[in-house]
Design a binder for this molecule. Structure first.
Ligand code: DC
Length: 221
């Protein structure tokens, strides 16, 4: 069985880009757990559900979330709808921290994530992968970067997509999400004791990917 890689860290630290490229290079499967929380949030907003525990727990139990590879591009499906683009919208980003704070919602998604990793060979990124979802993962990385740098990266990403938003708004949003993710009662964002910390502030994406690939390749074979 191929080992799993867990990648955690705050919003904008570069986790998803790095995790996707590392998975490609190592021939592993990439699983974006943030996209799963986002897909549920998108559906809750579509259905005008109240953002409270009972309604969202029921939603988590009855929704099918899956990933599909479309000519090398990873798509996210919520039931049968392709929500790849919609889950990145600011309204989803605003509400996802609330949805992800509820224990029964996390339980459902954690179970799905463990099943996805059960046969090994995945690179999974999120907030609680090395601590709660896959505490036995062979490789754990915790990616950080300064708030300013993370905000600049997110800003460039959004502007490239044509979203109208200011750097100040992004910085406020990321700071609020950091605060919510780090302080929630269940599975908060925290560095696993055995995780390798990589401060990506002054590193390129390639440099971070290379560090992860080198570590994995050194020990696996
Ligand atoms: O990685 P992201 O920004 O797409 O994640 C969106 C939100 O989902 C994030 O603010 C917190 C939540 N999340 C979580 O609680 N646990 C995870 N494993 C992944 C994401």
């Amino acid at each position: 069985m191929k080992p799993n890689i867990a990648i955690d860290g705050p919003a904008g630290a570069g986790k998803s880009t790095v995790a996707r490229l590392a998975a490609e290079k190592l021939g592993l499967v990439y699983i974006d757990t943030g996209a799963m929380y986002r897909a549920l949030t998108w559906k809750a907003l579509q259905q005008n559900l109240p953002f409270e525990e009972t309604a969202l727990a029921r939603l988590a139990r009855t929704t099918r979330i899956r990933f599909a590879n479309d000519e090398g591009v990873q798509k996210v499906f919520c039931d049968d709808t392709d929500v790849t683009e919609q889950i990145r919208e600011p309204l989803v980003t605003k509400w996802v921290s609330v949805l992800s704070s509820f224990a029964p919602v996390r339980r459902e998604l954690t179970n799905l994530q463990r099943k996805a990793a059960a046969s090994g060979g995945v690179v999974m990124d999120g907030r609680d992968i090395g601590t709660a979802v896959l505490p036995d993962a062979s490789f754990k990385f915790f990616l950080t970067a300064s708030l300013e740098e993370r905000s600049r990266r997110r800003y460039r990403e959004m502007v490239n997509k044509g979203t109208q938003i200011s750097l100040a708004e992004i910085e406020a949003d990321i700071a609020a999400r950091d605060q919510a993710d780090r302080n929630r009662k269940v599975a908060p964002l925290v560095q696993a004791e055995d995780a390798i910390v990589i401060d990506t502030t002054d590193l390129s994406v390639e440099q971070v990917v290379d560090l992860i690939v080198a570590k994995y390749s050194q020990e696996v074979e």
